[in-house]
Design a protein around this ligand. Structure first.
Ligand SMILES: [Zn+2]
Length: 407
């Protein structure tokens, strides 16, 4: 167990609070225990905090932001190529592998992850261990296993089901083990050689069964969703979030806005030739992913134009090296390249995820009373998103887990 950290004041920085497009300068943030006690002008906060004898960190020319929330993560990622070795690990070995991935994810500034499908219920053990302070890692919200049809997308490491009764039971099983939400595959994807991205994989009655059971238990449902057809159908029937969305048409975007459905583009997955090559991905998978690149990019542009709520997700390991930074920060840069303002991209990486997770006001914000999950970067990412590359400090629940201000 970790001892309660000393009070901490980060003084002199610019503060992005997770929503506002105005980031006031010369602010101070007083962290007491695991929460933010006070945010305000430096002099005032230092005076109020003095009795607590806090550790004071001077951070001029820096920006404090909420810890990042990565909404599409697999800590047990096992793709063909080098990463296939993960699929050969025994369960105890895989649990240790995931713990290390969790630690690296946190050190990359990602203080919360939403796990969108994990093998063998190991996610629950990891989540509980991190929550109790025995393992270093981000806060975890998890779907348990991905639920798919027999032979459906990702079946090798997922919970297969067939028919409404089968799907209802697969969903109940995830909830029984502790799922915070449900992840479903409604179409094929990049990593399945036997399927096409456009293959529709669920019948309407199966989809209805999933949505009915999950919603009755107060769990949202998100879906791995490639082509427009099955995605429109799923959104119409009550889906809460679209992953990837390789083919977001105008109709689909409008429907998502109308129903307040969030989009997690994971745009890096169709722009990662180097990552694929470095990890010896088979050529068929590289070709397929890159062939969808233009259409996927248009989908993101379309979603931005229509004002669809967008949340950041990387699919790739959040800390994975990508164009000289992490996959998470690269995803932010791609979002801006596709037409989002830096402010909108930072909202997508913080408060938008918190809202979907029903953790508004707890995480994804720099606000009095919220959990003290913070990152400090040099420069001003609201002006230039690439400032996010220069990560100086990570605080999770009031505990400083990374400090390289003197680098
Ligand atoms: Zn995924």
């Amino acid at each position: 167990m970790h001892a309660q950290p000393n009070d901490l004041v980060i003084a002199g920085a610019r503060v992005f609070d997770g929503t506002s497009d105005h980031a006031p300068q010369q602010q101070a943030i007083w962290v007491s225990g695991d929460r933010i006690r006070r945010v305000g002008p430096v002099d005032e906060v230092l005076r109020e905090a003095s009795a607590a004898d806090p550790r004071i960190i001077d951070a001029p020319d820096a920006t404090v932001l909420p810890g990042l929330i990565n909404m599409h993560v697999h800590l047990d990622l096992a793709l063909p190529g080098d990463l296939a070795r993960v699929a050969m690990l025994s369960d105890p070995e895989l649990a240790l592998h995931m713990a290390e991935e969790a630690r690296l994810t946190l050190l990359a500034g990602v203080t919360t992850v939403r796990l969108t499908g994990t093998y063998g219920h190991l996610d629950f053990a990891l989540r509980n261990s991190i929550e109790s302070g025995r393992t270093l890692g981000p806060r975890i919200r998890t779907a348990g296993q991905l639920v798919c049809s027999t032979g459906g997308h990702g079946w090798q490491r997922s919970r297969e089901a067939d028919g409404p009764a089968g799907f209802a039971s697969a969903v109940r099983e995830q909830i029984k083990h502790g799922a915070d939400f449900i992840k479903l595959a409604v179409s094929g994807g990049m990593a399945g050689e036997h399927e096409k991205v456009t293959t529709s994989q669920l019948r309407d009655d199966e989809l209805d069964a999933v949505l009915e059971v999950a919603h009755a238990w107060g769990r949202k449902v998100t879906a791995h969703a490639g082509p427009a057809g099955p995605t429109v159908e799923a959104v119409r029937r009550g889906l809460d979030c679209v992953e990837h969305g390789y083919e977001l048409t105008d109709e689909l975007c409008r429907l998502m806005v109308e129903r307040d459905v969030t989009y997690v583009p994971t745009i890096t997955v169709t722009r990662c030739r180097e990552f694929f090559q470095r990890h010896n991905m088979p050529v068929w998978m590289q070709d397929r992913a890159l062939a969808w690149g233009d259409r996927h990019w248009e989908s993101l542009e379309n979603a931005v134009r229509h004002g669809v709520t967008i949340a950041l997700g990387s699919d790739m390991p959040p800390h994975a090296e990508f164009d000289g930074t992490s996959a998470t920060v690269r995803e932010l840069e791609f979002m801006v390249e596709a037409g989002m303002t830096p402010h909108a991209a930072l909202v997508a990486a913080t408060s938008a995820g918190a809202r979907w997770l029903d953790m508004d006001g707890e995480i994804g914000c720099v606000r009095e009373g919220a959990l003290a999950d913070l990152v400090l970067v040099a420069g001003d990412p609201l002006r230039d998103i690439s400032a996010m590359r220069d990560l100086r400090m990570v605080v999770k629940g009031g505990r400083t887990v990374l400090d390289r201000r003197t680098r």
